[in-house]
Write a protein that binds this ligand. Structure first.
Ligand code: MF3
Ligand code: CO
Length: 266
């Protein structure tokens, strides 16, 4: 069942989503070679707790950390570890927060300079796929219109692998609500989008094959061929002519630009 939110509920989700964005911006300001993903996770958890919120992911179906940090060939749901990051790494950070009864969910992929050109393109195309999907997230369209737009851009135009096993989702009182929002599909298919539905759109795009495998930790999803992967996610509210993006990348990209250790192509 797809829950339509009241305007008041949308504002509460926006507050949570913007706290996720500030958390990602905070991490962007400290990202550099030598730091460990466990240190990033700790900073994120402290930041979230200090803003009267709790990390949505911790203990979600037994997930043990505040963040998912997926490096290089890890696609999503990577465990933070004590391994130091290094130049050339692609670091996908996914954060969710729960505040005032509602979740927000957003993710961003950072590159530690220097980043190989093929990885720069992967990051750009994945971010474009997200924005192209969001353009279709308007009332009257169907979920398949969003899915198809993402697939067309990433797969047909750029020949990257679109991960099938994991999908976007409704967001609200629950972190994962209906509908599922795949990153592949047919125009005109699936549930109809209506005003004040809130969904997370989150393309996971691989440089090589779309196929993925699970690590022995039971969580970390990796590309089957070991090539790198990128992941960007926004929480958005469906509206008539243009979706209202409840999370924001603007503080993140500012930090990205100001942090010389990060690749930034803006
Ligand atoms: N943003 C991730 C998703 O929507 C959330 C993963 S939650 C976890 O799939 F706890 F399972 F990691
Ligand atoms: Co999500």
């Amino acid at each position: 069942m797809i829950r339509i939110k009241t305007n008041e509920e949308v504002e509460l989700i926006r507050e949570s989503a913007l706290l996720v964005s500030s958390t990602l911006a905070e991490l962007a300001s400290i990202l550099k070679p030598g730091i460990t993903t466990a240190q990033l996770d700790k900073r994120a958890e402290e930041f979230i707790l200090s803003h009267q919120a709790i990390p949505s992911f911790k203990n979600y179906r037994g997930y043990p950390f505040a963040t998912c940090i997926s490096v290089n060939d890890a696609v999503v749901h990577g465990f933070p570890t004590d391994k130091a990051l290094k130049e050339g790494d692609l670091v996908s950070i996914d954060v969710g927060v729960y505040k005032n009864g509602f979740h927000g969910d957003s993710a961003y992929t950072f590159g530690l300079s220097p980043v190989l050109e093929e990885h720069q393109l992967l990051m750009r195309v994945t971010r474009e796929s997200l924005m192209i999907g969001i353009e279709k997230a308007i009332s009257g369209n169907r979920v398949g219109d969003v899915s198809n737009a993402i697939q067309e851009h990433a797969e047909r135009k750029h020949h990257f692998g679109v991960v099938r096993e994991l999908v976007g989702h409704g967001v609200g009182k629950q972190l994962h609500e209906d509908p599922q929002v795949p990153n592949y599909g047919k125009k005109g298919a699936g549930p109809k989008l209506k005003d004040n539905m809130v969904i997370a759109i989150e393309p996971m795009i691989n440089l090589g094959t779309r196929d993925v495998v699970y690590d022995s930790d039971g969580w970390t999803v990796r590309t089957r061929d070991g090539k790198y992967s990128a992941h960007y996610e926004h929480t958005v509210c469906i509206k008539k002519n243009k979706a209202d993006i409840l999370s924001s990348f603007s503080d993140i990209t500012t930090q990205e630009k100001n942090n010389a250790a990060l690749f930034s192509d803006y």
